[in-house]
Design a protein. Structure first.
Ligand code: ADP
Ligand code: MG
Length: 299
């Protein structure tokens, strides 16, 4: 009987935002595993006691990046971790987007501004500022050139907290075509979803946002699959991925571009895709038994 931990965040007194977790624990138990949801930051957990630790919903990690990186390394040294520690570490810093762009993956054009670097914000078009360590649109906002001073204050706050900022043109295609999430699990396409735009004009960067508005099922186009495949092929350590979510938006030219590649703790949206639960369960069980994972392919 494989012992499997699903690593999640501690929601405190409130309910967990990971509504998929109970169904996943149950499905793994029904399939003969001993599965438990555990808080990643719980010092009482004996990670070595599990055959596999699957990072599922450690959704507070982006503002505890150093602590999380240490946990990933520790857990990865004690047992089998999915995704593996090196690729999680690589993906937790959104400078990976620049690396993928350099490797020829169509990405949302991105400039990085580390603390101390002069701003030089776009004057001719709307733009987005967000942190290189982020999730759920935390600390993200969009600005018109007329909002330059507000944008500079946003940058200053991020830099004061030690974050490197990303500056991107606002991709207007997202308001019409939304953002598509292609999910891969156990080396194959699992399902895809589409959601609406998250950033509204004038919403303060430190406001809470709805991370996945108007989520619906989506059948990916050939072009989207091609970009996803290219992005995944460029990941260092792609062969060892258990799961991946590829988030795409349309550029000015209407072509799909990578917004984010989620290899840490992607929301799987199983509530929207209940038919995917058996595949996820199967792939986790195979990983627990040490089956070699293969590079995600579209086939
Ligand atoms: N350049 C952009 N153009 C349009 N919308 C953007 C842009 N960057 C971010 N957004 C919006 O903000 C959301 C969060 O940004 P994202 O890069 O996905 O970071 P995370 O999901 O990790 O917080 C996206 O889902 C999208 O709706
Ligand atoms: Mg995102």
């Amino acid at each position: 009987m494989p012992r499997i931990a699903l690593a999640t965040y501690d929601p405190g007194a409130g309910p967990s935002r990971d509504t998929d977790l109970p169904a996943l624990v149950r499905a793994l138990a029904d399939a003969g595993a001993e599965a438990e949801a555990r808080h990643w930051d719980d010092p009482a957990v004996d990670w070595a006691g599990y055959d596999l630790v699957v990072i599922r919903s450690t959704w507070d990690y982006s503002w505890r990046a150093t602590e999380f990186a240490a946990w990933v390394d520790r857990a990865g040294a004690l047992t089998r971790l999915a995704n593996p520690a090196p690729v999680v570490r690589w993906n937790a810093d959104k400078r990976y987007l620049g690396e993928l762009a350099a490797a020829g993956v169509p990405t949302v054009p991105t400039r990085y501004l580390a603390p101390g670097e002069p701003a030089g914000l776009p004057a001719g078009h709307e733009f987005v500022i967000k942190p290189t360590s982020g999730a759920g649109a935390r600390f993200a906002a969009r600005y018109t050139p007329a909002e330059h001073d507000t944008a500079v204050r946003h940058l200053a706050r991020m830099h004061a907290e030690g974050f490197t900022a990303m500056v991107q043109p606002y991709m207007p295609g997202i308001d019409v075509r939304g953002e598509r999430a292609l999910q891969f699990f156990g080396g194959r396409l699992l399902h895809a979803s589409r959601k609406g735009a998250v950033l509204s004009p004038g919403t303060p960067y430190d406001a809470d946002k709805v991370a996945h508005p108007d989520l619906e099922r989506w059948r990916p186009t050939e072009a989207e699959l091609a970009v996803a495949e290219k992005a995944l092929a460029a990941v260092p350590g792609a062969h060892a991925l258990l799961y991946a979510r590829v988030d795409l938006v349309d550029g000015e030219d209407g072509e799909a571009r990578l917004m984010e590649l989620e290899l840490v703790e992607p929301n799987l949206f199983l509530w929207l895709h209940p038919d995917s639960l058996p595949r996820v369960t199967e792939a986790i069980l195979a990983a627990a038994e040490g089956a070699a994972t293969t590079a995600p392919t579209i086939a």
